[in-house]
Write a protein that binds this ligand. Sequence first.
Ligand SMILES: Cc1cc2nc3c(=O)[nH]c(=O)nc-3n(C[C@H](O)[C@H](O)[C@H](O)COP(=O)(O)O)c2cc1C
Length: 196
Amino acid sequence: MAPPDDLDTILRFVWDELTRAATDGASQFRHAQVATIGAQGWPQSRTVILRHADEAAREVGFHTDCRSAKAGEIAAQSQVAVTAYDRPQGIQIRLWGQADLHNADDRAREAWTALYAPLRAPYRTNFPPGSPVEVAGTADPTDAARSPEDPDKGFTNFAFVPVRTVRLEYLHLRPTGHRRARFDWGSGWQGRWLAP
Ligand SMILES: Cc1cc2nc3c(=O)[nH]c(=O)nc-3n(C[C@H](O)[C@H](O)[C@H](O)COP(=O)(O)O)c2cc1C
């Protein structure tokens, strides 16, 4: 689809792309950088896989380990920024919103159940993400973690994180002139052009 050039179509394009990213491994927007506010005030940014988008709820979502640094940062301060870039299209999407950490509840259960079983193994390690290990590979999933007797093992470490969006930005790099637009949520989405 040709990139749009009016605000309504851009908003439609952004949500269509985010929705596709949540399910389509080929989407360039599937890998997104999530920035949180770190405990010492440093911004913290890392790549996650977008696994959920719900335009009506203004949500995008990802999975994480609730023992990770980002989970603690979100629990302390829920404001996050998310950035994704589609290189072939030359389009960047940025969004800002409130992240919510769902652990051991219905939304976590729904996401855990839908997760391809081999991807549950990392949540079964006894080594929390970021904990120091003496030897590389110490925290690799064991055979027992890959095929546990209890398929729910690790569920308590799993978190589903929806981000409720309050602002979106679209940037399209074009040789003939870049296009940048911002959408703020009020009673609906209010869009405006920005100088790129
Ligand atoms: C391609 C790619 C996809 C990733 N997807 C996720 C993800 O969906 N969730 C996640 O928690 N970490 C994911 N990671 C790992 C994070 O980028 C990060 O290294 C890790 O979660 C620790 O981050 P933290 O210490 O800031 O919590 C991914 C990394 C890469 C390179």
